[in-house]
Design a protein around this ligand. Structure first.
Ligand code: UDP
Ligand code: MG
Length: 312
């Protein structure tokens, strides 16, 4: 039996690109030696997108559509696609053809050669503003420095994931999702496939600055405890400085005397340090609560050999 590939395409107000994008994706999928389904997740579009999706789905029974009641955001749209995908491998791709469908062949090849995750790595970005490229460049590097797990540089959500990776995604129900980070957290054999990211085929970006900032923040807060440990570090340093200052004051007081207000300053600095240190301690407990709340699986299995699980 031929294996099944699921293409997951999130769409939000994409009336200008949808039809063309569907045709190009279908063209590529037909040439591969696999069965396929195309899952569109309509993320609360307010234009002609849903009407077009209905028409496409009525012409092509490989097309499946899940439509949200309002805009929930790209990461949740992709998640909804994963929830209903039936494929042996899932491919996540934008509707605007910035991720060229022709690269799917290379992703599938990497999968056949043993990759569990084949992710598109942007060798070049065409037709995007300097500001977008510059902020993306800085952000990816900041994220890599902060994250406890290696999140690949210059990589978006365009990727192929094996069924076993998709099954782990299904178990991770955290609300503020950053799929790339979750994928890095899981591990597995992840292989880069380089590609040139093209200009949007038509229409304007649907990722507003606000949405981008939220995604950036989710990436850091979901996968790094460093922001919380800032208080601990600052508190520790402040306490050390205050302690040194106090020692110096005692020495001075014994030799030539010091004005009384200097004692007050040293005392205030010390108390500030202690407060910050205690905030850091609270942060450490918050980290732990946050971990429990996320409810991620405790570990992810890559492979079992001779492990039979007795069910009661
Ligand atoms: N998208 C979505 N919900 C949103 C924003 C975007 O489903 O709230 C979809 C959009 O239709 C596209 C993909 O996510 O298929 C990537 O969005 P876009 O191309 O606008 O982002 P950019 O490439 O500019 O970062
Ligand atoms: Mg785009």
């Amino acid at each position: 039996m031929r294996r099944l590939l699921s293409l997951i395409v999130p769409v939000f107000n994409e009336q200008e690109v949808l039809r063309h994008s569907y045709e190009r994706m279908s063209e590529v999928m037909r040439q591969l030696d696999y069965d396929y389904e195309i899952i569109y997740v309509n993320d609360g579009s307010r234009d002609d997108t849903m009407r077009q999706l209905r028409a496409i789905a009525s012409e092509d029974d490989r097309v499946r559509v899940r439509s949200f009641s309002r805009n929930f955001g790209h990461q949740l749209a992709v998640t909804a696609g994963m929830d209903i995908a039936r494929g042996d491998a899932l491919i996540i791709i934008d509707a605007d053809l910035q991720d060229p469908p022709e690269v799917i062949e290379a992703l599938v090849k990497a999968w056949n050669e043993g990759a569990d995750i084949a992710y598109g790595k942007r060798a070049k970005r065409e037709g995007e503003t300097f500001m977008k490229k510059f902020t993306a460049f800085c952000y990816y590097r900041l994220l890599t420095a902060m994250s406890a797990y290696p999140i690949p540089l210059d990589t978006g959500d365009f990727r192929l994931i094996d069924r076993k990776v998709a099954d782990v995604f299904l178990k991770m129900r955290e609300h503020n999702r950053f799929l790339r980070g979750m994928s890095a957290w899981m591990g597995f054999n992840a292989v880069p496939v380089e590609y040139v990211r093209h200009e949007r085929y038509a229409g304007k970006t649907k990722y507003t600055l606000k949405k981008m900032l939220k995604l950036a923040f989710d990436g850091i807060t979901g996968f790094s405890y460093k922001p919380l440990s800032i208080a601990t570090w600052l508190g520790g340093i402040t306490c050390a400085v205050a302690a040194l200052g106090l020692v110096a004051l005692i020495v001075l007081a014994c030799t030539c005397g010091v004005p009384p207000w200097l004692w007050a300053v040293a005392g205030v600095v010390l108390m500030q340090g202690v407060t910050m240190l205690l905030m850091g301690v609270q942060g450490a407990y918050m980290n732990r609560m946050y971990d429990e709340l996320k409810g991620r699986p405790l570990y992810v299995i890559g492979e079992d050999i001779n492990v039979s699980v007795e069910k009661e």
